[in-house]
Write a protein that binds this ligand. Structure first.
Ligand code: ARG
Length: 577
């Protein structure tokens, strides 16, 4: 809609001989379509002219507006409402979308600006649990949005592959052979190596309760690992590889890709360097045997090294931030991590600032709320009563199974392979959309039954709307109807739909700027609902071939908007169902 808004804003400024920056951004819809198709609030213009906004609106209404697609203007208090010349507006609107050779909605606003987006970042030797979905999908969608707006993005997975956990695992590998020997069958050959690793880890922790010296053995193993002992290193690498292979299966299903997968293990040297810098700049302080950096009064100090000299998650994040900047030279770096880690990131950013890194101001904690699951009737944070985490793969599988039942019911004649593909897209799409629908900072209640409904505010509802667009277009093609230029699109509901379509690029820009995929979700829901209202009242294909052609053009732009939108949200825009 930008181009239309800008034209109105330019004319208004010219008629009044005054300049108001960004006036076009204030143009909005009138409260009801009877009043007009667009509305110019006159407050800023009036302020610049030192007069009452109602007077400005009256004066503007008295001008002869020479914009071809404006039919009439009328003042309404401090607003000036515009009624469109429907045929001209529709034709111009359609051309604008259909002429774009790039993906509809994309722009080059971010050209020359580099953004690093870190997301997912799970710990290895564990399955991806359902709560990992938030960071993973928000991060991927934010990456897609930024790219669509022309930013150059490096997507980054900060794998949790270092720390005392691995000392325990390596100790268990050696000591618990009788229970489960990870060499026979070899880790790589197992159907579920991750669960086996996890049971061994749990068993080890259990055993430490009775036998505290196991802790010491675990510490020694971690030390061996840090010192590069070949056996420890080789086993750790195998654990890392099987974990990554399993993560990748899930990432593939979800449409998630990373430019860099760099584990915490990578920062051995970086940590030495950063501790040295902290020491040199006099920031490192000894406190009860540990090394800390004291921060401003309202934040507790950041712990850099424990009493035993072991480095920490936070030390690795310091080293990682510095390396990220060296590798990527970003203008903006987002950490898509749950809000619970807010303090950690405040400490991290502050210490980097104290070290004199200007770019520390460009780091953002892109925080999000928790995801709760309905477990035996209660909303829980992703754990069953027995304390088991709910695995992401399991949730996806369940959703796909439920989707298959629904799709089969709707379309019993689908061949098996197509049924499988569609159910996968719908089931996974439903789960992903439920994550993208709510504003990022809000907590999400995840309810498998609700998210699969085809007539709620769900992923399947949007996919189904896309399928409807596709099948209308297919039918028209079979009948040999050609798309028109849109001159006959004069129904108020058609103007509303076209205005909605034209706002898509701006929605993407805002969503990218705010790192807020929910803005796209909400936009698509509105688009679908406006279309479905329209579709209930109007036939697309009729005996009037010219009108049919024009309406088909509308369907075509709706389809490409819905497709781009779903792609941005990592939801597969299927064409049949
Ligand atoms: N691996 C961490 C966890 O599972 C998340 C890492 C977040 N990213 C970071 N740079 N600290 O809690």
């Amino acid at each position: 809609m930008r181009q239309f808004n800008v034209q109105i804003a330019d004319h208004a400024q010219k008629y009044l001989d005054v300049e108001v920056p960004d006036l076009a951004d204030h143009i909005c819809d009138p409260p009801s379509a009877d009043l007009g198709d667009l509305s110019l609030p006159c407050f800023l213009l009036a302020k610049a002219l030192a007069e009452a906004p109602t007077a400005t609106a009256e004066r503007l209404a008295g001008k002869t507006w020479d914009i071809p697609w404006v039919e009439s203007v009328s003042p309404a208090g401090p607003y000036l409402n515009f009624k469109f010349q429907a045929d001209k507006f529709s034709r111009q609107a359609l051309a604008q979308v259909l002429d774009q050779t790039e993906v509809w909605g994309s722009s080059e606003v971010g050209q020359g600006i580099t953004v690093l987006v870190e997301y997912s970042s799970p710990n290895i030797a564990k399955h991806l649990a359902v709560h990992h979905m938030r960071s993973t999908m928000l991060g991927q969608s934010i990456t897609n949005l930024l790219r669509c707006a022309g930013f150059s993005v490096t997507s980054w997975n900060h794998l949790g592959d270092w720390g005392t956990t691995f000392g325990k695992l390596l100790a268990a590998w050696e000591l618990f052979k009788e229970r489960d020997d990870l060499d026979s069958p070899a880790l790589e050959e197992r159907t579920d190596a991750i669960s086996d690793l996890n049971s061994l880890y749990v068993a080890f922790n259990e055993a430490t309760k009775e036998n505290p010296e196991l802790e010491d053995i675990a510490r020694k193993w971690f030390k061996k690992l840090e010192d590069g002992d070949p056996q420890a290193r080789a086993r750790w690498e195998r654990i890392r590889n099987v974990s990554l292979a399993r993560f990748n299966l899930v990432y593939d299903r979800l449409g998630v890709h990373f430019d860099r997968v760099i584990g915490e293990s990578h920062y051995q040297q970086g940590m030495v360097d950063v501790v040295e810098q902290l020491t040199e700049s006099g920031l490192l302080e000894l406190s009860e045997g540990a090394e800390i950096v004291r921060l401003s009064d309202d934040i507790p100090p950041m712990l850099i090294r424990k009493q035993d000299g072991a480095t920490l998650y936070s030390t690795r994040d310091l080293a990682s931030a510095i390396e990220r900047y060296h590798q990527v030279a970003f203008q903006r770096c987002l950490y898509v991590v749950d809000a619970g880690q807010g303090l950690h990131f405040r400490q991290l950013f502050e210490v980097l600032k104290m070290l004199g890194y200007d770019w520390a101001d460009d780091l953002e904690h892109t925080e999000f709320g928790i995801m709760r699951l309905n477990i035996e009737g209660n909303w829980k944070k992703g754990k069953t009563r027995g304390g088991q985490v709910v695995l992401l793969e399991e949730v996806l599988d369940q959703a796909v199974e439920l989707a298959a039942n629904i799709v089969k019911e709707k379309n019993p004649d689908l061949p098996d392979q197509e049924l499988d593909e569609i159910s996968e897209a719908v089931g996974v799409g439903a789960v992903v959309f439920s994550d993208m629908k709510a504003a990022r900072r809000k907590d999400v209640n995840f309810d498998l039954d609700k998210i699969l409904s085809f007539d709620g505010e769900t992923g399947p509802y949007l996919q189904y709307t896309h399928v409807r667009f596709c099948s209308i277009l297919r039918k028209a093609q079979e009948q040999g109807i050609e798309t028109g230029d849109g001159s006959r699109l004069d129904q108020p509901s058609e103007i509303i739909l076209l205005k909605r379509v034209l706002r898509f690029p701006d929605v993407i820009l805002r969503a990218a700027r705010d790192a807020e995929p929910s803005q796209v979700s909400q936009y698509l829901l509105e688009l679908a609902s406006e279309f479905n209202t329209y579709y209930a009242k109007h036939r697309i294909i009729s005996e009037d071939l010219q009108l049919s052609g024009d309406r088909l053009a509308l369907i075509e732009v709706l389809r490409s908007t819905m497709k781009s939108g779903l792609d941005l949200l990592c939801i597969r825009p299927i064409e049949r169902m």
